[in-house]
Write a protein that binds this ligand. Structure first.
Ligand code: NDP
Length: 314
């Protein structure tokens, strides 16, 4: 039988999340002797592990895979003594000076300071048919699942950097890639747009909205689209990849931490300070604007420095 009176583990600095923000906070916090414990959450390494090539992080002139880069930052945090653990924070009471957090609904941690770096998760369209075929052709991670669509036709939904990056990645695997864009232009950076324009097996369908995912027992067989709000179009694809942005992972904090209208944590001025003393936030969970690996890493650094200053004043 499970021991329900398990002792509470008392720690100094708790970091929640393992993207570039969380790991960078762990590097700085360990070097400042804050003895950080970092819980990695559902997706070790965060969203970057679902990215193929990272070309814009300084220090990697040849580019680097998202996985490799996260492994490098993780190793750097371990080198300075960060205690990195598997586990997901399932509830938190941050109201007191001592912050109480539960891991995987069973282990309780008491921390003097908490750094939230829980990032953001992929958005879905919200269609019933999309839910039905999740894992059977519907995916939000081209890099994880693209491999299964060798020489098949697939669709990517979205017009931002992620969508265009995913379309380019999939064009090397699939025979045909449709990029389904709801506006009449792409939001993606110019360099990516040029690459798409020069990739013959990518076809962009502007002003198309996905109405239904079609399929049978074998999984996705096509998409029913609406063109310019009037004309119905069906395309044959066996995979649909969502790349329509992300929502911040703030569900467990929403009753305590002040969030903006989209659920992002609000931090004070240029700092990582949340509305609660001793609780700091960094990375995509508090950044609806920049959302880059480098800005997330920088904000992780700031959160660790803010946490250090806070602890010095206690
Ligand atoms: P974005 O928010 O930039 O783009 C989302 C795209 O999805 C937009 O084209 C948007 O259309 C579309 N979209 C949103 N909701 C729907 C919907 N319900 N139906 C159809 N389409 C929809 O998200 P990204 O994930 O692409 O990028 C996030 C951030 O990460 C950006 O700052 C980006 O620059 C950055 N990034 C950088 C990369 C790099 O530098 N290599 C790689 C990947 C991301 P609309 O334009 O109409 O709103």
């Amino acid at each position: 039988m499970e021991n329900s009176t398990q002792a509470i583990e008392k720690i100094n600095c708790l970091i929640i999340g393992s993207g570039p923000a969380g790991y960078t906070a762990a590097i700085y916090a360990s070097r400042a002797n804050l003895n950080p414990v970092l819980y990695e959450g559902m997706q070790t390494g965060g969203q970057l592990t679902t990215t193929s090539e990272v070309e814009n992080f300084p220090g990697y002139p040849e580019g680097v895979s998202g996985n490799e880069m996260m492994e490098d930052i993780r190793k750097q945090a371990l080198k300075f003594g960060a205690d990195i653990r598997e586990g997901n924070v399932t509830s938190a009471d941050l109201s007191d000076t001592k912050k109480i957090v539960t891991i995987d609904n069973k282990k309780t941690i008491e921390a003097n300071v908490v750094i939230i770096a829980t990032g953001a998760s992929a958005r879905y369209l919200g269609l019933e048919s999309e839910r039905k075929f999740r894992g059977m052709g519907v995916s939000a991670c081209a890099v994880c699942d693209g491999f299964f669509y060798r020489k098949q036709s697939v669709a990517v939904i979205g017009g931002g950097d992620t969508a265009v990056g995913d379309a380019l990645y999939l064009s090397g695997i699939a025979s045909k890639v449709y990029l389904i864009v709801r506006k009449n232009y792409l939001r993606a950076s110019k360099v990516l747009q040029e690459r798409v324009a020069n990739t013959p097996n990518i076809e962009i369908l502007y002003e198309h909205v996905t109405k239904e995912v079609l399929g049978d027992d074998s999984g996705v067989t096509g998409l029913r689209l609406l063109k310019q709000d009037k004309e119905e179009v069906c395309i044959k694809v066996t995979g649909m990849f969502l790349a329509i942005g992300h929502k911040p992972n703030t569900e467990i904090f929403k009753d305590q931490i002040t969030l903006d209208e989209n659920g992002y944590i609000i931090t004070e001025g240029k700092s990582s300070q949340t509305n609660i003393q001793g609780v700091f936030a960094c990375g995509d969970v508090q950044d609806p604007t920049y959302r880059q690996a480098i800005t997330a890493a920088a904000s992780g650094c700031k959160a660790a420095l803010d946490a250090e200053r806070y602890l010095q004043l206690q």
